[in-house]
Ligand binder design. Structure first.
Ligand SMILES: CC(C)(COP(=O)(O)OP(=O)(O)OC[C@H]1O[C@@H](n2cnc3c(N)ncnc32)[C@H](O)[C@@H]1OP(=O)(O)O)[C@@H](O)C(=O)NCCC(=O)NCCS
Length: 367
């Protein structure tokens, strides 16, 4: 268990670590003193904040910080919902994050006020390993550097609980915050992205024909469904998600094909189906929690092209078909996401006008 206390330069000099106090004297920067039984460590910081465990009473102040973060975020990503610029809505998201089973975290306090918070909770799926997730509503700080101190406290408990796989969603335009996380050993895993609806100018005619899927396409749709997890299982993504069999996918399609919540397209080339895509409401995606969602957004939920037919323009045509469908269905923009390490999707979707809104970072502790 760590103890944190603030300290001035003079006090740190008295505390015993000569090397640390020398460097602090040189820079004159106040420090946060981080102690644990039997060991002293000194962390230069931007302010004399004190870090402690997050309490229920911190929720309103954390909501105010989150609303401020979201206001700044929307300057670069205006498609995100304006709703969370308001403190009550942002506070409700923080309260929901803290109410999750197993939630815990840290708060940074300065002059009696909360200047930063960090909240994580585990997910049940074994795909993520022994995990903790800091979702989009799980952090905000007056200074990015504070997340390093808060993670230092919160992660001590998570690792003590053997939760060593850590995930965090960070606004993609917040270079300072991203850099703070990179300097905690995190790297990019997933991108969430949005694009406006297609403009009035018609897109160039697709190089391959795209149409709505029919029941007779089910075998091709089942084979294409295997392509995304198969791609993700390969280098350099190495996802742990299981690759389903063709038979499992076919059974799923037989059951779900008529579900009106999903709209499926296929691309044809020389008379054969070579790719497919699916559009739906963004709310149907479990990985896009409220703060990451633009209002009234459609979702490019799936797209795949058989390996032999890639590079012909089918991916673009299938993505544009979903965008055109979202416009017709009355949505105001389109969202999607991709594995940053998927060399195919991470290059395709930005070409179609998707820009990153949030980045999910990942760290596996232990090696
Ligand atoms: C992603 C995928 C659907 C793209 O399909 P595709 O038919 O190869 O894509 P297109 O030929 O239409 O290319 C679309 C655009 O992306 C670009 N692009 C596609 N792959 C690229 C690559 N590997 N490197 C650089 N650019 C690439 C193309 O140049 C094109 O841009 P342009 O139209 O402005 O010239 C396909 O690669 C695929 O099925 N991948 C495996 C499954 C997968 O990853 N699905 C997405 C999950 S999020």
């Amino acid at each position: 268990m760590y103890n944190f206390e603030t300290s001035t330069v003079g006090a740190s000099a008295r505390a015993g670590s000569r090397r640390a106090s020398r460097s602090v004297r040189r820079t004159g920067v106040p420090i946060i003193r981080v102690t644990r039984p039997g060991r002293l460590a000194y962390v230069p910081a931007m302010s004399a904040a004190c870090v402690r465990a997050f309490h229920a009473g911190d929720v309103p102040a954390a909501g105010a910080l989150l609303a401020a973060r979201h206001r700044t975020h929307r300057l670069g990503c205006p498609l995100l919902s304006p709703r969370y610029e308001d403190e009550p809505a942002a506070t409700a998201e923080v309260a929901a994050a803290f109410a999750l089973p197993g939630a815990s975290g840290a708060a940074a306090v300065q002059d009696g006020g909360i200047v930063g918070f960090l909240l994580g909770a585990p997910k049940a799926s074994p795909v993520w390993g022994p995990n903790v997730w800091i979702e989009a509503a799980g952090q905000a700080a007056a200074e990015p550097e504070l997340v390093r101190d808060m993670y230092g406290l919160a992660a001590a408990q998570w690792v003590q609980e053997s939760r060593t796989a850590h995930y965090v969603l960070v606004p993609a335009s917040d270079e300072g915050l991203l850099r703070a996380w990179y300097r905690l050993g995190f790297g990019q895993q997933q991108a969430h992205a949005v694009r406006p609806l297609p403009g009035p100018t018609p897109a160039a005619p697709p190089k391959v024909a795209v149409r709505r899927a029919r029941r007779s396409d089910l075998p091709a749709l089942a084979r294409l469904e295997v392509e995304v997890p198969r791609q993700h299982s390969l280098a350099p993504t190495f996802s742990a998600s299981p690759v389903p069999s063709y038979e499992e996918c076919l059974a799923g399609w037989e059951e779900d094909f008529d579900d009106p919540a999903y709209t499926t397209f296929v691309a044809e080339f020389e008379g054969a189906v070579i790719g497919s895509s699916i559009g739906c409401a963004l709310e149907l995606s479990a990985s896009h929690l409220p703060l990451t969602r633009p209002d009234h957004a459609g979702f490019l939920a799936f797209a795949a092209v058989f390996p032999h037919a890639r590079g012909l323009g089918a991916g673009r045509a299938l993505g544009e078909a979903v965008s055109a469908w979202t416009a017709q269905a009355g949505y105001q923009c389109v969202a999607t996401d991709w594995r940053v390490t998927n060399l195919l999707s991470s290059r395709t979707w930005p070409r179609l006008g998707f820009t990153e809104s949030f980045l999910r970072l990942h760290r596996l502790v232990g090696h």
